[in-house]
Ligand binder design. Structure first.
Ligand code: ATP
Length: 446
């Protein structure tokens, strides 16, 4: 019997107090396989625009891609709907789950474009409904149905440019909400054994493990890396000190910079959009309360503020040392302007393209005794305190001081990186043209 293919998109099942859509997907891996469905790719964890105002945490949407016998179709769909119903926090006002079923062997270009727009900008529910109709996909929505946007966007991410993998490990229900217990030394050992093919395991600046999230969700830990094999190997090294309910390897767009879109001119930046923009530093950095650093850049079209917040650590220290005239490329999300603040780019990265000379002016030396002269006031000349000579024809001397920063790329510290931010470790490891390949044997448990 020939098999049919279906892409199942899911989103918006969780709330700040419980749940996680990746967990619903992990449950469905077990359930759908029991129904005879065969996974044609790892479950996809697609991070959408990190600045979308409706997100709960990391704006993750999920897609399961399966092949199945036509006779199982209704049962597969029913299982997906009832699992979402059972595990979504429907009482929470902001939780509006959505499920999309798309029966097709291939993904139309329009759905890929919709996905790209949801990752780099803002899309509307009416656009999603139009597209569903246009491509003949089916959707099930709860309450305001907003999750249908994420469900469709997850289906449309085909990872043509780059992708990474994450093994997500889940806690047993009785432990959820309590402090996560994982042996710290084993995280360090894992990082050393798998570098550079895993990333963001540890923030060395604060010596803090990053694989365990905070909050009440069911995730015990997540390890990110370049291949399914490496994340599974990494998990074999890490020692959880509490029982594990299940684990699944996901294909993701995390750590790929997929959210950043180049704008040609500063006048083109729009609120909520993550951008890459170039400009000349137009005002020296200032430190505002809570130790955030703000500077502005300009081009021929506009001037815009850039902010490096305190938790960006390393990036903030670099931002402080910029001066007027430096030419930079900045990456980050555009914050909505308010009455107090203009549109501001919240920085994730700064690439210093050109450093302006830093000049300081000093009083000249006394031509007779070589002591540094004292100024007698603006345009009034200089006098020597030692030999008492006066000079009205000497001017200040220009001194070029060594800059404390170099040209190059600077990225926010790992603890404040967005899920989508490409970390240093991944530069040079990008995968072009990622097509679905055969899955490794053990990619999930149970
Ligand atoms: P978690 O990462 O913990 O699963 P979350 O941060 O993904 O939670 P959701 O609960 O999924 O947050 O809520 C995000 C909502 O915003 C979803 O309904 C999704 O469809 C919608 N959404 C996501 N990206 C966009 C976008 N670019 N434009 C419009 N709506 C979006």
């Amino acid at each position: 019997m020939t098999k049919k293919s279906m892409h199942i998109g899911l989103d918006d099942t969780d709330s700040p107090r419980k749940g996680c859509t990746t967990y619903v997907a992990a449950l469905l891996v077990e359930k759908l396989q029991r129904l005879g469905a065969e996974f044609i790719d790892y479950p996809n964890l697609v991070r959408l625009n990190p600045n979308a105002p409706w997100k709960t945490r990391g704006n993750g949407a999920l897609c399961l891609r399966v092949q199945y016998n036509e006779s199982d179709e209704q049962q597969i769909k029913q299982t997906v709907i009832s699992t979402v119903e059972e595990h979504a926090d429907l009482q929470c006002k902001g939780t509006n789950p959505g499920i999309v079923f798309f029966e097709s062997a291939t993904i139309p270009r329009k759905v890929e474009t919709f996905s790209k727009n949801a990752i780099t900008g803002i899309v509307s529910l009416s656009e999603a409904f139009k597209l569903l109709k246009n491509v003949g996909a089916e959707a099930v929505g709860f309450k305001k149905c907003r999750g249908i946007i994420g469900g469709l966007a997850a289906i449309g991410e085909t990872f043509q440019r780059d992708c990474t993998f994450e093994i997500l490990v889940y806690r047993i229900p009785e432990n959820r909400g309590s402090k996560r217990r994982v042996d710290k030394a084993s995280i360090v050992e894992m990082d050393k054994a798998t570098a550079p093919y895993t990333f963001n395991n540890i923030d060395w600046e604060e010596e803090r493990g990053l694989i365990t999230p905070r909050g009440p969700d069911p995730i015990l830990l997540g390890i990110r890396g370049e291949s399914p094999d490496i994340v599974r190997k990494a998990f074999e090294i890490v020692k959880p000190l509490e029982p594990v309910e299940r684990w699944v390897i996901f294909r993701t767009n995390q750590g790929t910079d997929a959210h950043l879109k180049l704008v040609k001119q500063l006048s083109q930046i729009k609120p909520y959009n993550p951008v890459i923009a170039k400009g000349t530093v137009a005002a020296n950095p200032k430190i505002i309360p809570r130790r955030h650093v703000i500077f502005s850049i300009k081009d021929e079209s506009a001037q815009v503020d850039c902010a490096a917040y305190e938790p960006t650590g390393f990036l903030r220290r670099v931002a402080r040392k910029l001066i007027v005239g430096d030419y930079v490329e900045v990456s980050g999300a555009v914050r909505v302007p308010s009455q107090e603040h203009p549109s501001t780019i919240n920085l994730e990265k700064i690439r210093i393209l050109r450093l302006a000379p830093k000049i300081v002016y000093q009083n000249p030396l006394c031509p007779k005794c070589e002591k540094r002269l004292k100024s007698m006031g603006k345009n009034k000349g200089f006098r020597c305190e030692k030999c008492r000579s006066r000079y009205t024809d000497l001017g200040k001397i220009e001194i070029r001081v060594k800059r404390e920063i170099k040209k190059g790329l600077y990225i926010t510290s790992p603890r404040s990186q967005r899920h989508l931010t490409k970390p240093f470790r991944r530069y040079g490891l990008e995968k072009l043209q990622t097509s679905s390949k055969e899955l490794i044997e053990n990619w999930h448990f149970p």
